[in-house]
Design a protein around this ligand. Sequence first.
Ligand code: HEC
Length: 218
Amino acid sequence: MRTFHWFFLITLAMFLGGVATAQQQSTSAASPQATAPAAPCETPLPPAIKAAAKGQPPLSGMSPKAKVKDIMNSMIVPSSTAVFGAVATVTDATGVHEYKPQTDDEWNNVFANAVMLAEAANVLMVPGRQRCLGGAIPAQYRADYLQKARELVEAADEAVVAAQKHSPDGISDAGERIDVACDECHEKYQLVEDDPEGNVGKVLGTFKPKPVPAAPKK
Ligand code: HEC
């Protein structure tokens, strides 16, 4: 168990380092502090719809507004950080320290963040949702993208259930599954400004799809 915790902490540290770097790269004017709020996606957003026109039925149903980047920074990063940080094993000069929520309030806070994460992952699936870079997920990749988002829903739901049971091991296990769910979607669908392979402007991230064979000419 201890080995696992270390492995997880190291992965998490690397991941958070990556997050800080990504945020600095994508927000050149932003403060270099990792804790500073992220700047929004610069792509113009459509204005909010005021109300249904006279004689038209009232507005209803889902309507994607924010870009994926803004959902990441406003909802998914804060909630997942709270879940990742809730349980930890730290070894220093004074020995091995186990951290876990102590009071009902602390457990309720982990629960609230796990709920936020699970439901924010559902929000990623709203049809028509746009990325800041790359636009909407192309139709032929949508089923795969939905599976990746759904995996985050279920991983976060493990944390919801574990927090309700006040189970530190359950939170650690959920944290590991959540971490993998984040990576698997980014590898394929997150484009970055300075993508070393020049993928910006293409549709997919570092993932290289097999070329689709051209339809035979008749
Ligand atoms: C279903 C896919 C998916 C999952 C799961 C996912 N992300 Fe993302 N994430 C994206 C996409 C796509 C982008 C690129 C956003 C854009 O261009 O609008 C992104 C971008 C980001 C960014 C960079 C934001 C910026 O300012 O550029 C961070 C940080 C991030 N995600 C964190 C996370 C964390 C933490 C998790 C897991 C708890 C996670 N993501 C899970 C799809 C996903």
